[in-house]
Each structure stands twice: as structure tokens, then as C-alpha cells.
Ligand binder design. Structure first.
Ligand SMILES: Cc1cc2nc3c(=O)[nH]c(=O)nc-3n(C[C@H](O)[C@H](O)[C@H](O)COP(=O)(O)O)c2cc1C
Length: 270
């Protein structure tokens, strides 16, 4: 039985799980990646974890059931039970084991600027963007439009519009979040047009990034771009304003956490 030490998990790691039992003995363990090539792995959990299939097709087998999981699927594994992961395509399968900690996506999300060549299915992107509609907006006006771009020539042009930030080119998807200020203006005048529509689309951007992370995908908020060029590339109507671009894919490696200001320098209890 292999014991997982939380200190071994500063980053997303690959493990050779072939034939081993995994003992997830820490309440802080958050992510495991199943290597391509492992045909079968046995896992025992002492707390609930979720398993996300990144690539390939696997079966999750326990005493009382067997579930077939395809790309983008999420399955819950209960504590104290043994599970066997049967890998249908050992040469190309990757899964994440995610601890049932609702805050892990906040801790693990980083701005990633290097993406692997692994493809991301359109159905998974659609799932993420569908959920992101739950983001709050002033008066629930939802003054936004979303463009999900996978076409290589469009991604090249978006990277060019963003002063050559080349990771926009390399990511399998670039999500462009746009505001429709006139929809907010109708209800809230200039405050809606100039402030709420931007705040709403910023909230939507954050939702997209965090939901993507929950499905094992990395992102980066890109705000440095030429509005007119992006509008031209996407053929946007005059009243649709690009607010953020979000490259989305599987990161090559997890960057260090950039330092944050000390709490007492930004917070005052009154
Ligand atoms: C409004 C906004 C605009 C940003 N624009 C860019 C950008 O154009 N290019 C980039 O590489 N990162 C951009 N970032 C990402 C920040 O650099 C990053 O969030 C920050 O350094 C903290 O790192 P972290 O996201 O890994 O915590 C932007 C972030 C925000 C919120």
C-alpha cells in the first residue's frame, strides 16, 4: 500500500499506479494523474474523492457496481471502499483524483501560460460555459456574449491582437468573454453601461476559470489586447465589447503561486 504525503503534492504529479493500491491518507491531497500505460489500478480512499476522466475511456469498478466513464465524466468515490480503475486505452488515458474539498479549485487555480497538446472535447467546454451562466450580474441582466474559439487561424489572430501572447495560439481553446453595455444601460443608465457590464463579465470570467479548474483544465485571464483587432477577428457588432480572453487546456506544468499582499495590509474589520 502506498501512502501519499501531502507535502509531495505541491503540484499536479504523475504517478506510476500500475498494480499498486493507493492510500490517500491525507486530507489535503488534491490531485493525482494516472499515467498513460497503466492498465489497472486499485484505489482505496478514506475520504470522498471525485474522479475526472481527462482523456480516454475507463471503467470504475467496485464491489457493487461498474461504471463506464468517458472523457469529461466525473464520478464520486466513497470513503472506505476499494475501487479498481480499468483502463480501456492504457496508451492514452489520464484521470484526476480530486479530493472532495470545495475550495481546492481556488487553491489550485493559477494563470497557466504553457499548454499541452492534449485536446479538450467541445462537449466539456460546453459543459463549463453552460454552468458559468450561473455567475451573478446586476439585475440579472446577463449582459454578455461568449465566443469559444478552436479554429487555429482565429486563435493565431487573437494572439496577434493580444500583442503576440503566444499561449493563446497554443491552447486548444480560447474563450472570449464580451460585454453588451447597452443591455445594462437600458436599466441602469451610465452606471450600468460603464461599470456593471464590466463587473458582470468579470464575474463570468472568474466563474469560467474556476469551473474549468474543477474539470482539471487550466486557464489564464488575458486582458492585454487591442479591442478593435479582437472585434475585427470575431466580427463583433459595434455594441459588443471584448472584456477578457481565456486560453483553456491542460497545463504543461503548474506555476508557483505568485505572492499575495499580507491580509493585514488589505483588510480592516470595523
Ligand atoms: C484583468 C486581468 C488582466 C490580465 N491580463 C493578463 C494578460 O494579458 N496576460 C497574462 O499573461 N496574464 C494576465 N492576467 C493574469 C495575472 O497576471 C495573474 O492573475 C496574476 O499574476 C496572479 O497570478 P495567478 O492568476 O496565477 O494567481 C490578467 C489578470 C487579470 C485579473
Amino acid at each position: 500500500m502506498r501512502k501519499i504525503n501531502p507535502e509531495d503534492f505541491p503540484t499536479i504529479c504523475s504517478f506510476d499506479l500500475g498494480g499498486n493500491e493507493i492510500y490517500a491518507g491525507s486530507s489535503r491531497m488534491s490531485v493525482l494523474v494516472l499515467n498513460p500505460g497503466d492498465a489497472s489500478s486499485k484505489i482505496t480512499c478514506d475520504f470522498q474523492v471525485h474522479l475526472v476522466v481527462l482523456e480516454g475511456k475507463i471503467s470504475l469498478v467496485s464491489d457493487d457496481r461498474s461504471i463506464d466513464l468517458k472523457q469529461g465524466c466525473l464520478a464520486s468515490m466513497l470513503p472506505g471502499k476499494d475501487y479498481r480503475i480499468r483502463n480501456e486505452h492504457p496508451e492514452k488515458s489520464r484521470v484526476l483524483l480530486i479530493q472532495d474539498d470545495p475550495l481546492w479549485v481556488l487553491r489550485k487555480r493559477r494563470s497557466v501560460r504553457k499548454y499541452s497538446k492534449l485536446s479538450v472535447p467541445k462537449s466539456l467546454v460546453e459543459k463549463i460555459l453552460n454552468l458559468s451562466r450561473l455567475a451573478p450580474s446586476a439585475g440579472n441582466i446577463q449582459p454578455w456574449r461568449i465566443f469559444a474559439v478552436s479554429d487555429q487561424s482565429l486563435k493565431d489572430a487573437l494572439a496577434e491582437s493580444a500583442y503576440g501572447q503566444s499561449f493563446l495560439r497554443d491552447a486548444p481553446w480560447v474563450i472570449v468573454v464580451c460585454a453588451v453595455p447597452r443591455e445594462s444601460e437600458r436599466e441602469y443608465g451610465s452606471r450600468g453601461r460603464d461599470l456593471y457590464s464590466i463587473q458582470d463579465t468579470s464575474a463570468l470570467t472568474t466563474y469560467i476559470m474556476l469551473i474549468a479548474k474543477a474539470y482539471g483544465l487550466d486557464t489564464c485571464w488575458v486582458g492585454a489586447f487591442n479591442d478593435e483587432k479582437v472585434s475585427r477577428v470575431l466580427n463583433l457588432p459595434n455594441d459588443v465589447k471584448p472584456v477578457s480572453m481565456i486560453p483553456m487546456g491542460y497545463g504543461e506544468k503548474e506555476p508557483d503561486t505568485p505572492p499575495r499582499k499580507p491580509l493585514d495590509s488589505i483588510l480592516k474589520f470595523l
